[in-house]
Design a protein around this ligand. Structure first.
Ligand SMILES: [Zn+2]
Length: 306
């Protein structure tokens, strides 16, 4: 199966679980869909105006999770781990039916989504994928937070660092190539928070569904989760997963080299808005050739098209 033609799932899959922030039990069903339809959310608990598109201009809130809202004020929140899973696996088209406002948090990572998608399998179409190639450097700063994206030949590199005064989290840095690396550690990395922030989140009406089953909680230099970390860079790896999910709100695979220090949902969305505000920053192209190699490894071919 070529990674250069559009993919969907081979059959529908369902997930059930609690929403991290709403605390509501939710079920979602992800159905295969036609080429060139993209990813679509449909709120099945509402009879009308229930389509919400995960595009960067529909992002309405980035406080602790990414929320999208359509023109009728209908929202879907905490979409980023599911979107990250679909971005990494190259799922171009899918209809996501959801019976509540928030995507279930599952285990706090994309692990359960990814494993189920891989088990279900994919259906490849004849339609070529579209790619967004960054052609100019775009960057943003917010105090000590920083994000930038620059050209790259054929890859999407994400180079992310976090700096926490908490000694257990501390400074972590990782760099991945989204299209070539094994992303298991990224998918499996869970959302995290500081113990002292939990009370504040609850006061803000957030994290109602939060528990040690779906988040890593750090108290001073101690992990409250008895099972420990899943990988040594789990904190920064989770931020990379969030970043992948948020980048998918551009609609297509990106070719570029992204660097981020201490950013998150807000900065990633601002970066996308800045990229697409100026046509000189990117080009969108389709790969029309048939029978291209199965991976991006034959870079000479892709380069000639790009
Ligand atoms: Zn996250």
């Amino acid at each position: 199966m070529s990674v250069l033609s559009q993919k969907t799932l081979s059959k529908k899959v369902s997930f059930e679980g609690v929403g991290l922030h709403t605390g509501e039990n939710t079920s979602i069903t992800i159905l295969p869909s036609e080429p060139n339809t993209g990813i679509i959310f449909k709120r099945t608990d509402l009879e009308k105006n229930n389509i919400v598109l995960p595009n960067l201009y529909n992002v309405s809130n980035t406080t602790l999770c990414t929320t999208i809202t359509n023109e009728h004020g209908v929202s879907v929140s905490t979409i980023e781990h599911l979107m990250g899973a679909m971005y990494g696996l190259g799922i171009d088209n899918a209809l996501i039916e959801i019976n509540s406002q928030e995507v279930p948090i599952m285990d706090g990572s994309a692990k359960i989504f990814v494993e189920k998608f891989l088990e279900t399998g994919f259906e490849s179409s004849q339609e070529p994928i579209k790619l967004i190639k960054i052609t100019n450097e775009v960057s943003l700063k917010d105090g000590s937070k920083y994000i930038s994206i620059n050209k790259s030949n054929v890859s999407l590199d994400i180079d992310f660092e976090i700096k926490y005064s908490n000694s257990l989290i501390g400074n972590q840095k990782n760099k991945i190539n989204v299209y070539e690396n094994n992303l298991t550690d990224i998918y499996n990395s869970r959302t995290f928070c500081l113990y002292e922030d939990v009370e504040n989140l609850k006061k803000m009406g957030l994290a109602k569904g939060g528990s040690l089953n779906n988040a890593i909680v750090v108290k001073d230099n101690e992990l409250l989760n008895s099972e420990g970390l899943r990988n040594k860079l789990e904190f920064v790896n989770h931020k990379i997963l969030d970043c992948m999910g948020d980048l998918y709100l551009s609609g297509y695979k990106i070719i570029g080299s992204l660097k981020c220090s201490q950013g998150g949902h807000t900065l990633t969305n601002q970066l996308l808005r800045k990229i697409f505000a100026d046509k000189n920053n990117y080009t969108i192209f389709e790969i029309k050739e048939k029978s291209l190699p199965h991976t991006y490894i034959d870079k000479s071919i892709l380069k000639s098209i790009a």
